[in-house]
Design a protein. Structure first.
Lengths: 102, 409
């Protein structure tokens, strides 16, 4: 069973920002959307660019390489060229820390 | 009476348009006609991941093969449309009965330019446009094989990179001083040149092919400069011309493609065009532009479809494309033919930069290498068409999204 793993102090990820973490061998990105945290697979399913290196617009993350768009709340593709969703992970702010379950 | 909308060109633009008609609730007949035998597929992988054998044909499909039948879209793949009679509103097809239309979208795309060079028809001399072309080149790829790539535009550059990545020895011949000079200018072209040299592609500039030579198949390329380059195969990439013959004698204006207004309409009632073939009046740049890239096909086809349904939505997306070469991600956005200055943010030397092409203090276009976030952010800047301060463009700490509307003092 995967456990929640502390990745960062929750205050260190500001609103509108994203950061990627290595959790249990997976690269997982966390986005702060208006104070709410969402975790998703960091590698774009098109050509594996880091989504955390792209832009976040509300709950949409935009891949910096080819413009694919994903919904950070569930990992679904909103716009190609990517076709496959990225993984969605559980994330919580617990005791001032961000924790991800991989 | 149900209306019939016909789309000629089973491509990204054409396939997307057909899907859009159904998504928008059109309940008439939709007929999608394409000269190639496959259902619509995306072409960018053909010079990159598909050429290198890293992705499948299914992954290139615009829609799953079942999509068309499930959505009541009649398909005629492998069928060439030859002529349109705008008075009778009939499209003639090669070897099949013609079809009547109420509205017609032409998304016939482009074909590779061919130049009269001796030996061009030799076995082993290829160009790249279609899946069939790509399969022929793929069959030649192998470690230690020797290829000559003719022309170092985007297709030539990407093919050269993919061949190198597959272990093929590559010599490129291009008439210019640097790759991609016409679009990107010399400075950026030099960055691309160094990237290719670092990957041990042999680059020959300011020379052109005089002849392809060989007994049964190509064995060497002879250049105007007197070089003789031994090779196993050749890929020619010397640009594309729009396929406009379908609308010859219809009264539609043909001018660097099929001329259309901002709604993708030709001057002939009921006939529209989109994608590579369309020379479209762009409301932001206030002139016609013809774009041969993925995003334009992806979005302009559906835009044309919505206008066929009377939505009256001008198509005003800012052109954008990418070109992945080796581990480098190059992107371009906007439209420019001339510029006053190139303003660079980042470092060309470190191959992490965005270069802005500025004219009259407005950013017309931008190109980036490994700096996609800034590139995407500059799209809004280009659309706004407002004067922008050069020092702010250069400063990596300035968020480009905040510059929309910044006035230079």
């Amino acid at each position: 069973m995967a456990e929640f793993e502390v990745v960062l102090g929750a205050d260190n990820l500001k609103e509108g920002e994203m950061q990627a973490f290595d959790v249990g061998g997976n690269k997982i990105a966390v986005a702060n959307v208006a104070g709410k945290f969402y975790a998703f697979g960091d590698a774009c399913t098109h050509m594996q660019c880091s989504l955390a290196g792209g832009d976040l617009e509300e709950t949409t993350v935009i891949c910096p390489c080819h413009g694919s768009e994903f919904d950070v709340t569930n990992g679904e593709v909103l716009r190609g060229p990517a076709r496959e969703p990225v993984g969605a992970y559980e994330v919580r702010a617990e005791g001032g820390n961000l924790e991800i379950k991989s | 009476m149900l209306e019939t909308f016909v789309i000629v060109g089973a491509s990204l633009a054409g396939g997307g348009a057909a899907a859009t008609l159904r998504q928008e609730g059109f309940d008439g007949r939709v007929i999608l006609i394409g000269a190639e035998p496959q259902p619509p597929y995306e072409r960018p992988p053909l010079s990159k991941e598909y050429l290198r054998g890293e992705s499948s044909f299914e992954q290139t499909l615009v829609q799953s093969s079942d999509f068309y039948g499930e959505n009541g879209i009649e398909t005629r793949f492998g069928v060439r449309a030859s002529r349109v009679d705008p008075a009778k509103k009939v499209i003639e097809l090669d070897g099949e009965e013609g079809v009547a239309y109420d509205k017609l979208l032409v998304a016939t795309g482009g074909r590779n330019r061919r130049f009269p060079v001796p030996g061009l028809d030799l076995e082993g001399v290829y160009d790249l446009r279609t899946m069939a072309d790509c399969e022929r080149i793929r069959a030649e790829i192998g470690p230690g094989r020797k290829a000559v790539v003719v022309g170092m535009g985007f297709i030539g550059s990407e093919v050269a990179a993919s061949l190198r990545q597959s272990g093929v020895n590559v010599v490129v011949v291009d008439r210019n001083k640097v790759p991609l000079r016409r679009v990107l200018g010399e400075e950026v072209g030099q960055v691309i040149e160094v990237i290719h040299r670092d990957h041990e592609a042999t680059l020959i500039f300011e020379d052109t092919v005089a002849a392809f030579k060989g007994a049964d198949r190509v064995e060497r390329v002879v250049t105007q400069g007197g070089r003789r380059i031994e090779c196993d195969f050749v890929v020619v990439g010397l640009g594309v011309e729009p396929v406009t013959e379908l609308l010859a004698d219809t009264g539609a204006e043909i001018d660097n493609g099929i001329a259309v207004d901002e709604f993708c309409r030709t001057g002939v009632e009921g006939i529209y065009a989109a994608g590579d073939v369309a020379n479209h009046y762009h409301p932001v740049f206030e002139r016609r532009i013809r774009v041969e890239h993925w995003q334009n096909a992806l979005n302009q086809g559906p835009a044309a479809a919505r206008n066929m349904l009377g939505k009256d939505e001008p198509y005003d997306d800012i052109p954008w494309f990418w070109s992945d070469q080796y581990d480098f991600n190059l992107q371009y956005t906007g439209f420019h033919t001339e510029w006053d200055e190139v303003i660079v943010r980042g470092s060309m030397e470190e191959r992490n930069f965005v270069a802005f092409y500025r004219k009259d203090e407005r950013v017309l276009a931008a190109v980036a290498v490994n700096r996609g976030k800034d590139l995407r952010r500059s799209m809004r800047l280009i659309k706004a068409q407002r004067p922008v301060d050069a020092t702010k463009l250069q400063d990596p700490d300035v968020d480009l999204r905040a510059l929309v509307g910044t006035v230079h003092k």
